[in-house]
Design a protein around this ligand. Structure first.
Ligand code: HEC
Length: 224
């Protein structure tokens, strides 16, 4: 016998070659579909969406002009961000242009100060310090909460901005955040970033971010 005949399909080279071709082709089509699906899911909403009450996974920068709360969604089995009534942010309502500029400043500051070296944002970064994805919704910033009392401020955003500029002075954990020489304007940008990030529907990630059961039962009304 000079040539070996395949005695079953499992030992046939051409079968495996064809199978590899089909599997690769199928995976390419599936990945293309998933890419397009993801693109539509993560495309930022517009200011008009917010005005029309249309919920997008990633709301526009002007979401900083609204209350953001959270409530348990039992059908999905996790907490969901809820965009509520309009509210002032650092004492004003931000136009589309201003809100985008502030958010960009926040993103640039976040990158240049390397917050992810210690924190996690939207699943990226470290766990040396608290996850920041939903930091805006942390009950400690709310009215009457420890941070507003300590920083002598009257709003969440002012309390956060004060903490970011003077994290050692307003430290609440034994493990302290170092002073990163963040300016007042940069702090505003970072708070805008944190507020917008908290409004993103992250499928309930990070799990149990609300920590405080009472808070998420009360939803938006208790958010500020
Ligand atoms: C060297 C590590 C480090 C870096 C870099 C860092 N942080 Fe922190 N951060 C910490 C630690 C530690 C804490 C907890 C300290 C505390 O609460 O007093 C903290 C706390 C915080 C909190 C409060 C968390 C909460 O539960 O609401 C916020 C908000 C915050 N950081 C934002 C930032 C931002 C924004 C940046 C980037 C500009 C940043 N941090 C960079 C270490 C860091």
């Amino acid at each position: 016998m000079d040539e070996q005949q395949p005695n079953s399909v499992w030992t046939s080279n051409s079968f495996w070659k064809r199978s590899a071709g089909w599997v690769t082709g199928f995976a390419v089509v599936l990945l293309m579909f998933l890419t397009f699906d993801t693109m539509t899911q993560i495309t930022m909403g517009t200011d008009q969406d917010l005005k029309d009450g249309i919920t997008k996974r990633v709301p526009a920068a002007t979401v900083i002009n609204y209350q953001i709360g959270y409530k348990m969604d039992y059908s999905r089995g996790h907490e969901m961000p809820v965009i509520g009534k309009p509210e002032l942010f650092f004492g004003k309502t931000w136009s589309v242009k201003e809100a985008n500029q502030l958010l960009n400043l926040g993103k640039l500051t976040e990158q240049s100060k390397d917050c992810m070296n210690c924190h996690t944002l939207l699943g990226n970064g470290a766990y040396y310090a608290p996850d920041l994805t939903k930091a805006w919704l942390d009950p400690m910033w709310k009215k009457g909460g420890v941070m507003q009392l300590m920083t002598h401020t009257k709003t969440k955003e002012e309390a956060m901005a004060a903490f970011l500029q003077y994290p050692v002075k307003y430290a609440i954990h034994v493990r302290k955040m170092p002073n990163l020489k963040i300016t007042a304007k940069e702090a505003q940008g970072l708070v805008a970033l944190l507020k917008q990030m908290s409004s993103i529907d992250t499928n309930g990630f990070p799990r149990g971010f609300s920590r405080n059961v009472q808070d998420f039962k009360q939803g938006v009304s208790n958010a500020h």
